[in-house]
Design a protein around this ligand. Structure first.
Ligand SMILES: Cc1cc2nc3c(=O)[nH]c(=O)nc-3n(C[C@H](O)[C@H](O)[C@H](O)COP(=O)(O)OP(=O)(O)OC[C@H]3O[C@@H](n4cnc5c(N)ncnc54)[C@H](O)[C@@H]3O)c2cc1C
Length: 263
């Protein structure tokens, strides 16, 4: 269990960032579901809940998701259910349980770039950017590669471009961390193939996407993704098993995208 010496409701993102920069023991709070698993000694806990960052809106051809939006809000959003084959609501539905998803936040999930993340995997298959208070707007692909930052994620920005998408994951039991997670999307001939929980964090399978844009079969794309990405072993599965799963889950997601496109 973590401990907190003082607790501050930030009145602005400037104030929150200033507090964060002031002391390495000051910590931004999301829903605290992950923090409570550790033993952090927090000097000042920075609460963002009064900054109006809980929203899922459309604006100017983009979908904006505020940092303090909960996973449950993502799951039940009528807007997101109608976009991208509903992969954002789908990708969170096996995360622990409803009470947990009522608390855990999107901002913390993306900022923390967990290897096992379902959300990161799904967002990476879309045209997603993140907006950091200090670092500004950058693509999720670029953000994933950055070293840990002392910054605050303000919102997620997704191009509302009509991509068709599909999500697949494999779990040893229904609410466990994924053994492997896959998201595939398609906009005309442009494909994105994202594979997460390898168990390293989500990455794009560029070669598989290129083959698909040239008309490759779902099976060829699955095999290409399995070949080009690195897989590791942990208590949930071996690297070899994950590699096999990748070829199958990518194949299924591509098939689903093609079927949904022809509807
Ligand atoms: C038991 C358990 C099982 C889980 N299973 C899954 C799973 O199967 N799939 C999956 O995808 N995820 C899973 N997760 C992760 C979960 O979905 C959340 O991503 C995680 O709990 C973090 O969300 P939170 O709001 O609780 O963050 P917190 O615990 O509050 O914070 C986590 C970290 O993010 C930082 N932070 C919070 N908000 C911001 C912000 N706006 N900007 C910058 N930094 C910020 C905090 O300082 C902290 O370092 C699981 C988590 C737990 C505890």
């Amino acid at each position: 269990m973590y401990t907190v010496k003082s607790y501050q409701f930030a009145q602005s993102l400037d104030e929150a960032c200033e507090l964060l920069q002031k002391d390495s023991k000051n910590t931004v709070l999301g829903g605290c579901c992950w923090l409570k698993m550790g033993h952090k000694r927090i000097r000042t806990a920075i609460d963002l809940t009064r900054l109006n960052l809980s929203y899922i809106t459309e604006s100017d051809g983009k979908i904006l998701i505020g940092a303090t939006t909960t996973l449950r809000e993502l799951e039940t959003s009528p807007l997101l259910q109608k976009r991208f084959g509903g992969i954002l609501p789908q990708c969170v539905k096996n995360i622990v349980g409803v009470q947990f998803r009522n608390i855990a936040t999107v901002g913390a999930s993306v900022f923390s770039r967990y290897g096992f993340s379902d959300i990161l995997t799904a967002l990476l298959a879309l045209n997603t950017s993140v907006e950091l208070h200090l670092g500004g707007v950058m693509t999720l692909e670029k953000f994933i590669e950055l070293p840990p930052q002392r910054d605050i994620l303000k919102q997620i920005i997704i191009a509302d471009d009509g991509r068709v998408a599909a999500y697949q994951s494999m779990r040893n039991s229904v609410t466990d961390f994924p053994v492997l997670a896959v998201a595939v999307s398609k906009l005309a001939a442009d494909w994105k193939v994202s594979v997460g929980a390898r168990p390293a964090r989500a990455a794009l399978a560029q070669n598989a996407a290129k083959l698909l844009s040239q008309g490759a079969s779902p099976e060829q794309a699955g095999n290409a993704a399995a070949e080009e990405l690195a897989f590791g072993s942990n208590m949930r599965a071996s690297a070899q098993y994950r590699k096999l799963l990748a070829s199958v889950l990518v194949k299924r997601a591509v098939q689903q995208c093609r079927e949904d496109t022809s509807k």
